[in-house]
Each structure stands twice: as structure tokens, then as C-alpha cells.
Write a protein that binds this ligand. Structure first.
Ligand code: SF4
Length: 141
């Protein structure tokens, strides 16, 4: 399960479901991920976690809609990062920001839902970059 901070996640507190290796649990968790505006950032965090975990602490269960078994994404689920990149390319900043705002006010068609995810991910990346910049400035001072 991801550890995205600063933003409440739809999976928050649902360890039984999201940490379960069971396929039926995965499908139920994946349905939640599929409507989650944080799925892009979550997929990026997953990739970073897998890269850092080859010596232990292997993630299990469902993460960004992907099924993890012994720290590896099941082959059938590996499409998510490329889908994320394709979705990102469909929206300008203005379009994604607009989709995010209308999704928040109840418009739930695919354009609004996907655009909302894209904008949420861009915000998260921008915030992370800003925090990293601040840390670097503090170190340099
Ligand atoms: S994409 Fe899924 S695992 Fe990631 S934060 Fe959203 S609900 Fe949680």
C-alpha cells in the first residue's frame, strides 16, 4: 500500500483489502484505484519503491491498481504506467486543471475523471519538486 503523504487516499486504513495477496481482494481494491485521482503519483511511488526494495521489504497486495506478488507487479497489470503516460499526454495544464475542478464538483464522466487524475499527479510532482528545491537550498545555505 502506498505511503503518499499530505493527501488522504481512498485506500487509507483498508489494509485487509489492499495488502491482501488474494486475487478477489485485488480486484475489489483495483476498482477503488481505478477511480482514484492519485493513481499516477501512486504508480510513480510504486516504481520507486520496487526499485529500492530488491534487498527486502517487498510490497505485496494492490498498489496503483496493480497486483504485487513478492514485490513484483503481475505481468497482466504492467500496462498501468504506460496508460498513465498516455493519459498525461492528452491534457494541457489548463484542461487538466479544469477537469480537476469540475470532477470535484460532481462531474464524473471519463474526461473529467482522467483529467482530474492527471492534474492531481502534476500538483503532487510540483510539490515534491518544490520540497526538494527547498531542501537543496537549505543544504547550500
Ligand atoms: S491508486 Fe489505489 S493504492 Fe494508490 S492511493 Fe489511490 S486508492 Fe490507494
Amino acid at each position: 500500500m502506498p505511503t503518499i503523504t499530505d493527501t488522504p487516499t481512498p485506500c487509507y486504513g483498508q489494509h485487509d483489502l489492499f495488502d491482501s495477496p488474494d486475487l478477489q481482494d485485488h480486484l475489489a481494491a483495483k476498482a477503488i484505484c481505478d477511480t482514484c485521482p492519485l493513481i499516477e503519483s501512486c504508480a510513480l511511488e510504486l516504481a520507486a519503491t520496487i526499485a529500492a526494495s530488491h534487498n527486502g521489504g517487498r510490497p505485496e497486495g494492490t498498489w496503483a491498481g496493480q497486483h504485487l506478488v513478492s514485490g513484483r507487479v503481475r505481468r497482466s497489470d504492467r500496462r498501468v504506467p504506460s496508460r498513465v503516460a498516455q493519459d498525461d499526454a492528452k491534457y494541457t495544464d489548463a484542461e487538466a486543471k479544469y477537469a480537476y475542478s469540475v470532477y470535484r464538483t460532481g462531474r464524473t464522466d471519463e474526461w473529467a475523471r482522467v483529467g482530474s487524475r492527471v492534474w492531481a499527479a502534476r500538483l503532487t510532482r510540483a510539490q515534491r519538486a518544490e520540497r526538494a528545491n527547498l531542501k537543496n537550498q537549505e543544504k547550500a545555505a
